[in-house]
Structure formats: C-alpha cells, structure tokens
Ligand binder design. Sequence first.
Ligand code: UD1
Ligand code: CA
Length: 432
Amino acid sequence: MAWAHGHAPVIEENPVTQPTQETPQPQPVAAVVVLAAGGGTRMKSSLSKLLHKVSGHTMLSYAVSAAQALDPQHLVVVVGHNREQVLEHLHEIAPEVTTAVQEQQNGTGHAVGCGLVGLEDIQGEVVVTYGDVPMLTGETLQQLVDAHRGAHNQVTVMTAVVPDPTGYGRIIRDGDTVARIVEQKDATDTEAAVQEINSGIYVFDAEVLRLGLSNLDTNNAQGELYLTDVITIANREGHRVGAHIIDDLWQTEGVNDRVQLARMNAEMNRRIVEKWMRAGVTVLDPVTTWIESEVDLARDVTVLPNTHLQGATSIAEGATIGPDTSLRDVEVGEGATVVRTHGELAVVGAGAVVGPWAHLRPGAQIGDRTTVAGFVAVRNASIGDGVTVAPLSYVGGVEVESGTVMQPGAIILDAETIHVNAQPNTPTEEHQ
Ligand code: UD1
Ligand code: CA
C-alpha cells in the first residue's frame, strides 16, 4: 500500500464528468493567485496559520489543490509572514508552484500586484483566491470561471448571502451588476445591513485587473490598497462586473483563530463521515468518529465510537473498527476486528482479531485469522496466518510462522524465525 501523503484530496460531491471527444477542452485560465501573506495573529501560534491542519492536511494544501484543479498556466502563491515555513511546506507539497513575496501586508490589492510581478503581459483570466479557505473546492472555482465566461464578464466576484455579514466586504449592487464592494470599516449603516458578502474569490480579465491595480489608492479606513476597489474602477471604465452566488457558505469561510479551526475540522469531518455512511459504512457515532479525507472504507465496514482513521488507512469489507481506536496508514483486511488499538504503518490480515489494547507499531504485519490479544505490542514483525499472540507480549524484528501459538507474556525481539510450537510453555492444545 502507499504510505506517502500527497496534498489534500478534494471531497467531490458531484464528480466532474470526463470530457468526451465531442466536448472541446476548456481553455485554461492564465493564472491563479493564492493570497497567503497575512499574519494570522489570532491563531496565537508560532506555526503559520496556513500550516494548521483541517482533516489531516494543511489549509494551504487545500488552496493549492483547488487552484491546481483549474490547470492554470501560472499558479502563484503570495507569501509574507512566516514565509520560511510556508515556502518549505510548499516545496514539499507542490514544488512546481511559483511563489511571490509581499514584504509588507499593504492590503489585498497590493498582494495581488506582488503576485503578478513577472506576469505583466499575461492575457486571459486571473483567478484570485486565499490560502486560508480550506473548504473551497476546485469544482467551485471551475463553476466561478464558467459563470464568468457564460456572462461575458470582465470581473466576476464569488459572493454569498449570509445571516451575519459582520467583518466581510458588502456587495453593493446595481441590478445584476456589482457596482462596488464596501468593507465593514468603511460602510454606512445602510451598506453594513447588506447581507450579500464578498468571499474574496474572483475572476478578473487580466487587462482589467492590471488597470485597476495601477489605480488603487489608500483612501480608506485601513489605509490599505484594497483589491475590492478594482471593481469600482472596472465599472467606471465600463466593464461588466457580475456576481456568482454560492450556496455552500462553508466554501467561503476563512479560518482566523482556533475556534474557527475546530469548527472547520468538525464540518469537514461531518461531510466525510456522511459520505462513507452513504457509501455503505455503518458509523455508530458520527460525532466521535474522525475520518481523514484520504482514508478508504469498503461496504459493510462498521466503525464504533471514538475512532480516528488517518492518513492512507484502508479498511476492507465487513471489518469492524473500534471503539477507541486510532489507525494511521493501516491496511485492515476483510472481516477483521480491531478493538481499542493504536496502529501506525501496519497491515492486519483478513479475519484477524486485534486488541483490546494492542499497539501496532510501524512494520507490524498481522496475518489472516491471527489473534493479537490484549496488551500486545508488535513492531516490524511479520506474523503469519492463524497465529495466536497471547496477552502481554512484545514482538519485534521477527518472522512468526503461520499457526504458531505463542505463550502469554512472551518478549521476542530481533530473533530468528519463530516456528510452530517451537517455544517452551506453548499451550498444548492442537492448533490448525
Ligand atoms: C477581504 C476583502 C473583503 C472580503 C474578505 C473575505 C479586501 C479589501 N477585503 O477582507 O471584502 O469580504 O476578504 O474574507 O480585499 N492578504 C495578503 N496580503 C495583504 C492582505 C491580505 O496576502 O496585504 C491575504 C491574507 O493572508 C488572507 C487574505 O488576503 O488570506 C484576506 O485578507 P484578510 O485581511 O483576511 O481580508 P480582509 O481584508 O479582512
Ligand atoms: Ca479574513
């Protein structure tokens, strides 16, 4: 099995149909600029906000995956605060992306300008998105681009209608046109009452964006270069500025502090668990069941409470996992039972029974129909089929032949192959 972690997979609710020969390949966008220079001070962390995880993947990896789904000609991530950490992480997950540095956070307009340094002559569409909006999918970005093209807009703003717009830029409309975006701090009471908000995600015609950026000023409450002012400028120049309203509000939601991070994790997990239940997995308690996005579960798997399935874990048909079990990068065979167990980089055979209170450390390979009883630790050991590892044992650096019945309390470390019934004190009953 593959242990390696890629970057974040996207939860597809409506899988995109493969293009057929008749449908022409859509034109890729010219560039996606991911803004990721902000401080994230409310996280109160020495780790960059963008490297905090949602469902096992960094927030930045979701942003990069969504951007990559558009297959843009250029993908630029604008970094600033904590940039050594961010650059190192980007190098791991997506070495092919271009990075641009925004030395001082002078506003979103300034950040996009930094991202476009060196791309002054690009033509076509530029998508702007954020590094801290983990639920946004590539599919949603594609729908935004499609809407932009369908309406022949020069600018399309992704918007949402929310019950509480506090903190967001408000969309000031003139019919179908987005006339302006007013920031919370600059809004009159009437403007502040508008419930349609700016997600901060847009498609711009490159030319219109360039013109707008070169005409920004800092005459606003925050003294910043607002990207949102490009909309006012585009309207003044007679360009079409439209909105694409999105219903799934979570996809516009940023994470600014650890309370929002927990909420985001819970929602992402809720969606993943629901997806598996709809695919034929029994989950007794969805709230205490945590399943990361890369995990694979077969039909008729049962997951009992307080279970955390992480990394590239895969569980085959009919297996029962939990309660109180955490497995990272563990492959579990058909019909196996794994109870109150902690496992990492291990394989459990079909019909095996593991736990309670077993510790499967990296390299533990448990054969088919093998029993790993209570208080057993296994590390880097290949245990054959139909073996009994009795309670309170430690097995590491060894190969155990199929059919072996081990004594309770055995400590077997870096030994030769253990043969059937080769040990003293082996229980006397016949083993098949
Ligand atoms: C911005 C929008 C607002 C919108 C909101 C959505 C502007 C002026 N306002 O608000 O209309 O409703 O996003 O969340 O654009 N960033 C940089 N460099 C900077 C400033 C920001 O890279 O100089 C990045 C941040 O890291 C973040 C994103 O841009 O990822 C948005 O910045 P933030 O300060 O959270 O947004 P607001 O300006 O409050
Ligand atoms: Ca924000």
